[in-house]
Design a protein around this ligand. Structure first.
Ligand SMILES: [Mn+2]
Length: 432
């Protein structure tokens, strides 16, 4: 029985979170011999949190990396041996497991590790002093100084170095202040690998930290391929559809299954989010059909459901502008310029005056901190299919085909897609 993590990318938007959740449901049905655990490897934006909460969807738990940890290899000992017991009481442990260290206790409190080296050293001294062993020592008589404990959450590779540079055969492992196990050199012979399925992304730099040290089992995605390398052949389902949730639903169907009502709702959320309620130019007929089928399962109307969903979003006048810009921010290198394009969704553009100045300021900070030549953010009102572009000063800005409302603020009626609509205009302007 293996554990397999399913993760979206590091900026966990609704499609990422929802596709991980729903694919976990499907995989656990198809393969009950293993456990599939949806996770997220980044923090949720305020709006994503609000929408999930309003729809009673619990986001997958946060897991920042898939590097192997001490807790994955540490040993535990069931027997509780007290340091006041004679050394012979360890005989059973040696018989059973032949360990190089054994944890011992002082009145139920962890007292330290006693090692074969401790025991050998005591006997050698006894023999050199008296030429024979006169009595059976107590465990506390043979125990020597202890090395500092390591933590269960410590990285495997770091703990391996700690132990190999120590004179000890084993180190005790703590979880905070509590003794939880111990490691010996044998624990570090081979690094364990986490099993991971990637959804809604395939590029290693967008993925959970430590992905290069994990086994990637599958990729389910709707982005361009710039994929991680794998050692074994894997299952990949990459389709140019509006959302990963659409692909996940198709996988349910291909396996002769229908998602339950809750899972259908989660999938519909992901589709509505990525396709801006089926209005974004990335929307395909498949997305439209799948959204309809999911809406039927949930007994809702796609439009109403999607619009309600977006109405739970946080007003941009209440958010930290830099965080909001960076929560969905993509970098491009085009025509010798480094540019960054953020996108924020809003339920209305009428309140833009209340926050545009602090967003323009934050854009300059984002540009400077990230070594960019030009930073812009499109504020998109999904319902009215309208965006406003906020932009740092750049000589190419005047070549954009949008009406300038005031300095750094441009009107973009009908523009919803960064990738398909705005980016080509930016590239064109840079070439002028
Ligand atoms: Mn997506």
């Amino acid at each position: 029985m293996a554990e397999v993590y399913i993760t979206g990318h590091r900026n966990p938007d609704l499609d990422s979170v929802c596709s991980a959740y729903a694919y976990g449901v499907l995989k656990n049905k198809l393969d009950p011999d293993n456990t599939y655990i949806p996770i997220r490897c980044g923090h949720l934006s305020g709006s994503t949190k609000k929408i999930l909460k309003a729809l009673n969807i619990i986001a997958p738990p946060y897991k920042g990396d898939v590097f192997p940890k001490v807790s994955d290899v540490m040993l535990k000992s069931d027997s509780v041996v007290d340091i006041t017991e004679p050394l012979t009481s360890l005989a059973k442990n040696y018989d059973d497991a032949n360990p190089s260290v054994i944890p011992v206790y002082d009145n139920k409190e962890f007292a330290g590790l006693v090692s074969v080296d401790d025991i050998t050293a005591w006997f050698m001294k006894e023999l050199s002093d008296h030429e024979k062993v006169n009595s059976v020592p107590l465990i506390k008589d043979v125990m020597r100084d202890q090395e500092d404990p390591i933590q269960a959450e410590d990285l495997f590779e770091e703990a391996k170095i700690s132990l190999s540079t120590s004179k000890k055969r084993g180190l005790s492992v703590f979880d905070g202040e509590k003794f939880v196990g111990f490691v010996t050199r044998r624990c570090f012979l081979k690094a364990p690998k986490y099993n991971v399925i990637l959804v809604d992304h395939n590029e290693p730099k967008q993925s959970v930290k430590g992905i290069e040290s994990a086994n990637i089992l599958e990729i389910i995605d709707h982005h361009r391929l710039d994929s991680v390398k794998t050692t074994l052949p894997i299952f990949i389902d990459a389709e140019p559809l509006g959302s990963t949730c659409t692909i996940v639903y198709e996988l349910f169907k291909r396996n002769g299954l229908v998602p339950d009502k809750e899972t259908a709702k989660v999938l519909l959320v992901g589709i509505c989010a990525d396709t801006l309620v089926l209005k974004s130019p990335t929307t395909t007929p498949t997305d439209v059909r799948v959204a309809g089928e999911l809406a039927d399962i949930c007994n809702v109307n796609v439009k109403t459901f999607g619009h309600d969903m977006f109405s739970y979003m946080e007003s941009l006048s209440n958010v930290d502008p830099e965080k909001a810009i960076l929560s969905d921010f993509k970098r491009y290198s085009e025509k010798g310029s480094n540019i960054g394009i953020g996108q924020c969704e809003a339920t209305t553009l009428h309140d833009i005056d209340t926050y545009k100045d602090k967003f323009l300021q934050a854009l300059e900070d984002v540009r400077d901190k990230n070594g960019l030549d030009w930073a812009v953010v499109m504020i998109t009102d999904v319902m009215s299919e309208h965006s406003i572009l906020l932009s740092t000063k750049n000589r190419a800005a005047k070549y954009l085909p949008y009406t300038e409302l005031e300095e750094g603020v441009m009107d973009m009626p009908g523009v919803l897609s960064r990738k398909k609509q705005l980016l080509p205009e930016i590239i064109f302007a840079l070439g002028m």
